[in-house]
Design a protein around this ligand. Structure first.
Ligand code: GLU
Length: 439
């Protein structure tokens, strides 16, 4: 039973409309407009009906919440948050929760859509969802962050559960935040339910490998593409040095690639002779940024995207490779560890320039796939070794990669379009079987 509380406000899902404006007045690009453009592209290829197209882009449920958090000063502040439940035809809604000052509803809608697509590409039994709170977590104390995390879960508790909607970490949320959220949910329902949330610490039912799974999945895709293109390990630049980016640097370094540049929100560093990712991470932990690392020259975040490398890994936020930036990209392969880092215009430019791109819904699907392994372990109450998890993740990623690679060859399209084709076919099939669409 849920304890009594104010239910979240459910706003009806808006009807899709033809994308027109992509750039917002403050210069931020609208990720949901980009997502809709991506769907209209595959609608043409798969000859989708209006209903099918509408179903693919429109979230099933949008929850908007405004909830109070008591700050250390004693003041009570209202925070706005969202949980967008995009599609659940293939299984419970699944996707992370983002804490960021620039979170907005359209962004969360796009991210929820990408989660549905990602889970379908990976072939795991989930739909897609995403959550977000408009907050700069760096401005909060630990107690305030805990109160915010618990407050958010109290509001969305009626709508989540191991067989309903399973949240996870995303930008600026981590395993400690998942622990508070799990505890709050279990207090509300009055029983243990570790499968309600993934990305937990090992001591609370987390899975081995989950911490580096997003990067590992991307690295496996890169390995497969390089095999297909007969390329050897080379120079790598990584934008973003959070969970995904820093582990990607470590994995690729250990696989004999040379990490020549990394960056974070404060700027980038370059050393053509190669950086040691473990040392850069220590420096970041000590000083708060990769900038200032000894022996490396400082560059801007945009400069990192234009360096002459073999592999470029955007591992930060959306809309980093824009139309203008795409002309300056100087890499053979782009591996999208971030969600939505490339705009549709930029996609087209990269494709024309012959740059191979492993799209986000494939490249970063190792994260949610290992969340699936975590959830499966929680439901069984039986925990696997690191070798067990890696032994399942590797073939899962290889098979997802092959499906996408083959679809892109078959339809003579780039890998992003190939990935959307694979995902859309699976989701629409599930919708038809459920009778939500005409057979
Ligand atoms: N936030 C991650 C993503 O965007 C992980 C989601 C999950 O594990 O549910 O894929």
């Amino acid at each position: 039973m849920f304890r009594e509380q104010r239910p979240g406000k459910i706003t009806p899902a808006p009807a899709p409309h033809v994308p027109t404006v992509v750039e917002l007045p403050h210069g931020k690009l609208n990720a949901y407009e980009n997502a809709k453009k991506q769907v209209s592209k595959i609608a043409g290829i798969l000859k989708l009906t209006e209903n099918e197209t509408k179903l693919l882009v429109t979230p099933r449920r949008i929850i908007t919440i405004n909830f109070p958090v008591k700050l250390d000063s004693g003041r009570i502040k209202l925070f706005q948050g969202y949980r967008v439940q995009h599609n659940d035809s293939r299984g419970p809604f699944k996707g992370g929760i983002r804490f960021h000052p620039q979170v907005d509803l359209d962004e969360v809608k796009a991210l929820a859509f990408w989660m549905s697509m990602k889970c379908a590409v990976a072939g795991i039994p989930y739909g897609g969802g995403k959550g977000g709170v408009i907050v700069d977590p760096k401005q909060l104390s630990k107690d305030e962050l805990e109160a915010l995390s618990r407050g958010y879960i109290r509001e969305i508790a009626p709508f989540i559960g191991p067989d309903k909607d399973v949240p996870a970490p995303d930008v600026y949320t981590d395993s400690q935040i998942m622990s508070w959220m799990l505890d709050e949910y279990e207090t509300i329902v009055n029983h243990h339910a570790p499968g309600v949330i993934t990305g937990k610490p090992l001591d609370l039912g987390g899975s081995k490998v989950r911490d580096y799974a997003t990067a590992m999945g991307g690295a496996i895709c890169l390995r497969e593409l390089m095999k297909a293109l007969k390329l050897k390990p080379g120079k790598v630049a990584i934008q973003g040095f959070g969970n995904a980016g820093s582990f990607m640097a470590k994995i690729l370094h250990s696989w004999k690639h040379k990490i020549v540049a990394v960056s974070d929100s404060k700027g980038g560093i370059v050393n053509e002779r190669g950086l040691d990712p473990a040392e850069v991470l220590q420096h970041k932990e000590r000083t708060g940024s990769v900038v200032g690392f000894r022996g490396a020259r400082k560059v801007s975040n945009e400069d990192v995207l234009a360096l002459p490398v073999d592999v470029l890994v955007p591992a930060a936020l959306e809309n980093q490779i824009t139309h203008t930036v795409a002309h300056t990209v100087n890499a053979k392969i782009v591996v999208e560890l971030a969600n939505g880092p490339t705009t549709p215009d930029a996609d087209e430019i990269l494709r024309r320039r012959g740059i191979h791109l492993i799209p986000d819904i494939l490249a970063n699907s190792g994260g949610v796939s290992t969340s699936y392994f975590e959830w499966a372990q929680n439901l069984q109450g039986y925990y696997w070794t690191e070798a067990d998890v890696l032994g399942k993740l590797d073939p899962l990623m290889v098979s997802a990669f092959n499906d996408v690679f083959n679809a892109s060859k078959q339809h003579r399209v780039d890998m992003r379009t190939g990935a959307f084709v694979v995902a859309a076919q699976k989701i629409l099939k599930a919708e038809r079987l459920r009778g939500r669409l005409k057979q």
